[in-house]
Design a binder for this molecule. Structure first.
Ligand code: FES
Length: 570
């Protein structure tokens, strides 16, 4: 079998000597003689707490690679701790993808096992793998164990939003709030709600990029290490078979990902990530495909933020495959996985052990669990809403806009007792898109005005060009495209304008006559908020980032360059 790494190691000339000699350091010479070199792209980092345990997972992958006759090579790659990095982890997703892609291509590697967990890490790894197109398989790091506080399940993220609203409403003391902190993060692993990390782990498996049955295994569960070991073995076999992402990821794989996304009631962030991954593969996926394929799929997993339970419960109740089995008829039975076999081949054994956690198709958590795509004069290129996380009575609504030009403007004014706002108002936040923030942060689920919380209001229609945490909930129209900073109509909205939302009709409209709107210009405060940085990654990002409806990838990263590097380094 000829290997890509032979280009570095085969032969006896000066260059092969240099490549081998520096790698030897006690390793036998035959390690470079026809044995697949398997990178373990590891996002473990002390500053990405959800991924900190991945070095232990990497050891199990190493054992599996060795056992199958390959050579494991750990490759630390850029990591992103969602809760830690400023201004927002999403600003760096494309940089992490670019760095990983370039390092996989630059090195003598035949295949790769990708270790991720926290929100942006799996999307970035998948984008990289799609563009370099080497045999690749993901091991998701798994969710944390359940947290409880005062006898109730406390989900990561979701609990923070809920409890902080209670503090603002005066129904929970500050001391009780702080006390809940250590109860929430109870073990290794990523967030245990159906937030973005859980969603992207399951969606990666639905795409076919994870060994079937692995995603959703809790991080402390020894079965995660067993599966990581098996994945190491599989990576060696994938090299022998030439099974690269482009050989098995198809439109059908994305159909499966979209159906799964709806059935698990997954995060809206998956929309942006899947669009970006498809873009790397040259697959024509559009925002409308999410509505067409997924919006009427029932949500079956009763998990926070839309439901009650957490990821450990999902695993106990039968796991991801038990959910997929309920919607099997909607899946593409041809779409293959990293093993070479279709995903649907693995669903026969799945069973639901707890029908409270995993609902049967006939009794769903939400009848239409997918993401709805809205259009109208406020979002000509689209906006999304997750009806399952919204309030039924607000899905059709007209209200007066209360406009904020930035998140700082919002924070400065939202609790002002004199703010002219009531329960029917529509909160509009702009300057939070890919270019405007920059990086499209998770701020769209803006907190409600304190005075309305005190009156018992718990949800309002909110409209924003940013994203929303997958652990959040509410009637939030997000990813408005084009964003305000790119000159979208959102930049022209004024406080007092009437906005109409009709989710059933898939419309979001600004009720301002066309002539009047055409005569408006964005106000100076809007433009001042987007003072662009002058250098570095932010400069590159702002100049090249695509809008949310195209996955917010950089324009020059869309597509694939393959794995070939023809020039020597010395
Ligand atoms: Fe890492 Fe939620 S903060 S997954």
């Amino acid at each position: 079998m000829s290997l890509r790494s032979d280009q570095w190691y085969a032969g006896s000339d000066r260059n092969a000597y240099i490549h081998r000699a520096w790698m030897r350091r006690g390793v036998p010479g035959d390690a470079f003689d026809g044995r697949p070199q398997i990178a373990i792209a590891n996002t473990a980092s002390d500053l990405s707490p959800c991924n900190r345990h991945l070095s232990e997972v990497a050891r199990s992958v190493r054992d599996g690679v060795h056992e199958a006759g390959g050579i494991p090579l750990e490759l630390p790659v850029m990591s992103l701790g969602e809760t830690q990095v400023r201004p927002t982890a999403m600003l760096w997703r494309n940089l992490a993808a670019m760095e990983t892609e370039e390092m996989l291509r630059a090195n003598p590697i035949d295949g790769v096992v990708l270790l991720g967990g926290c929100d942006k890490t799996i999307p970035a790894l998948l984008m990289a793998a799609a563009s370099v197109d080497l045999p690749a398989v993901v091991v998701p790091g798994g969710p944390m164990l359940n947290g409880t506080f005062r006898g109730e399940l406390l989900g990561c993220g979701t609990g923070v939003w809920k409890l902080s609203e209670e503090v603002r409403a005066g129904t929970l003391t500050q001391e009780q709030f702080v006390k809940s902190e250590s109860a929430m993060i109870r073990s290794r692993g990523h967030c245990n709600t159906m937030g973005t990390a859980s969603t992207m782990a399951l969606v990666a498996e639905a795409l076919g990029m994870v060994v079937p049955g692995l995603a959703g295994t809790p991080a402390p569960d020894s079965r995660l290490l067993e599966a990581a070991h098996g994945t190491g073995r599989l990576a060696v076999e994938m090299v022998a078979s030439g099974r690269t992402p482009s050989t098995f990821l198809t439109e059908g794989s994305f159909r499966n990902a979209i159906v799964a996304l709806a059935a698990i009631g997954g995060s809206t962030n998956a929309v942006v990530h899947l669009l970006a991954i498809a873009g790397r593969l040259g697959i024509e996926l559009t925002l409308d495909d999410f509505d067409r394929i997924g919006s009427r799929v029932p949500a079956l997993a009763d998990l926070q933020p839309a439901g009650r339970f957490l990821m450990e419960d999902l695993h106990r109740a039968g796991g991801f495959h038990a959910v997929l089995r309920e919607v099997r008829d909607l899946l593409d039975s041809e779409a293959a996985t990293v093993t070479g076999r279709p995903l649907t081949d693995y669903l026969d054994e799945a069973e639901i052990w707890d029908r409270e956690v995993i609902r049967i198709r006939e009794k769903p958590l939400v009848a239409e669990g997918g993401i709805a795509v809205l259009r109208g004069n406020l979002a000509p290129d689209g906006a999304v809403i997750k009806p399952a996380a919204a309030s039924e009575h607000l899905l059709q609504h007209r209200g007066r806009a209360v406009v904020f030009d930035s998140i700082e403007d919002f924070r400065a004014r939202i609790d002002d007792p004199d703010l002219d706002v009531d329960a029917d108002s529509v909160l509009v936040l702009r300057g939070c898109g890919p270019k405007g923030y920059p990086g499209m942060p998770e701020v769209s689920n803006m907190p409600l005005p304190k005075k309305l919380l005190a009156q018992g209001v718990r949800d309002m229609v909110r409209v924003c060009d940013g994203r929303m945490s997958g652990t959040a909930y509410g009637t939030v129209v997000l990813h408005v495209s084009p964003e305000a900073a790119a000159g979208g109509p959102l930049s022209l909205v004024r406080t007092g304008d009437v906005i109409s939302l009709d989710v059933a009709a898939r419309r979001i409209e600004l009720d301002v006559p066309r002539d009047e709107l055409a005569a408006r210009t964005p106000n100076q405060a809007t433009l001042d908020g987007y003072a662009a940085p002058k250098r570095g990654w932010e400069r590159l990002y702002i100049d090249h980032v695509n809008q949310a409806d195209r996955g917010a990838d950089l324009d020059f990263l869309v597509g694939s360059s393959g794995s070939e590097v023809s020039r020597e380094s010395h």
